[in-house]
Design a protein around this ligand. Structure first.
Ligand code: ATP
Ligand code: MG
Length: 332
């Protein structure tokens, strides 16, 4: 079985429908076909402003939502990134074979630091792609699901792996990126030109996995629609309705052309009412299970500790090889 690795940042209390449709659902499915490693990327979250108590809560909440959505801690190696210290040591080593110019070309840093100015951005944000390379390479992953925004970082990961292998001897597997087949992109309900995002969306534009049915229904009924009243997929002219059709189809399994036919002549209101029920039916069991898990943080922490122990077994094997190759003395 090919080994796959993926993570999400604990950058909000709740994940959203885009995370679920675009990633989490695929993670669950891949448990059938892959050896799966999934993690909460808390080290990445401290590259920008954060609050410690909030981070602690969000780390547990993110892990709870993974499990609630169907990630099975028995079948998958599920862990919190910072509980595996080996990533940090490998990051240092990889940082020392990364060119300053090479790192400076990463567009995510340019984008994320543009707001406050590069002067105020942290060095951690700058070296984020090197940490990401370490996350991937330390597990000898065959495949990494990547969205458009992470493609450049995966290229860097492969470059670093090749460079290290050439210079010090074959150590790392070269990971392949792939876009999961059913991973539709989901857009902000209030601004269908922007992707739904934990940190960037309007509060009313994000469908959160932990939303209660009442607020959920309200958000969907108030989603911006387009001029005209036709329920038809047309990304150019009707981005709002198209997004809602895609959400319905992704969750109900009913193809978009059939939805168009079934709602032919119906108003936006009728369609949205049904969509709200589809979303509520999908998310209710996830929300409830996540709440149960969060009500018992000791048990959740125990599950995560077991996952971290499994992850460390693999990570420390790779790291021991790295240390030996580059001439570090074995740790006492
Ligand atoms: P942040 O705003 O903190 O970057 P995010 O909402 O973009 O948060 P990430 O943690 O960056 O979420 O991404 C987690 C996973 O969810 C990734 O695999 C990403 O491709 C996927 N994802 C994020 N947003 C969407 C979306 N709107 N539609 C589909 N997939 C998404
Ligand atoms: Mg993101």
């Amino acid at each position: 079985r090919p080994r796959v690795l993926s993570g999400m940042q604990p950058s909000a209390d709740s994940l959203h429908l885009g995370n679920y449709i675009g990633a989490l659902r695929q993670w669950v499915a891949m448990q059938e076909t892959h050896e799966t490693f999934y993690f909460v990327a808390d080290r990445h979250s401290i590259t920008v402003d954060f609050d410690p108590a909030q981070l602690r809560h969000r780390t547990r909440a993110t892990a709870a939502q993974f499990i609630a959505a169907g990630v099975d801690p028995e079948r998958s190696t599920l862990f919190v990134q910072s509980q595996v210290p080996e990533h940090s040591e490998l990051t240092w080593v990889l940082g020392c074979i990364t060119g300053f110019g090479e790192a400076s070309r990463m567009t995510q840093f340019k984008d994320k630091s543009a707001k406050g100015g590069a002067e105020r951005a942290s060095v951690g944000l700058f070296t984020y792609p090197v940490l990401m390379a370490a996350d991937i390479l330390i597990y000898q992953a065959h495949q990494v699901p990547v969205g458009d925004d992470q493609r450049q970082h995966l290229e860097l990961t492969r470059d670093l792996a090749e460079r290290f292998n050439q210079r010090f001897g074959r150590t790392f597997r070269l990971p392949e990126g792939f876009i999961p087949p059913q991973a539709a992109r989901i857009y902000d309900l209030q601004d269908p030109a922007a992707k739904m995002s934990k940190s960037g969306s309007h509060p009313q534009g994000i469908v959160e996995l932990l939303d209660e049915p009442g607020p959920l229904r309200k958000k969907i009924m108030r989603a911006v629609t387009d001029t005209g009243s036709e329920i038809r997929a047309d990304k150019e002219n009707k981005p709002g309705v198209t997004n809602l059709l895609n959400i319905h189809s992704a969750l109900s399994g009913e193809p978009v052309p059939e939805l168009e036919k079934r709602f032919d002549g119906a108003g936006y209101g009728t369609f949205k009412k049904e969509l709200a029920e589809v979303v509520i039916d999908t998310l209710a069991p996830i929300r409830e299970r996540a709440k149960e898990l969060l009500a018992d943080p000791a048990e959740l922490d125990r599950l995560l500790a077991a996952g971290a122990a499994r992850a460390r077994a693999q990570a420390s094997a790779t790291l021991a090889q790295v240390r030996e190759r580059i001439g570090f003395l074995a740790p006492p």
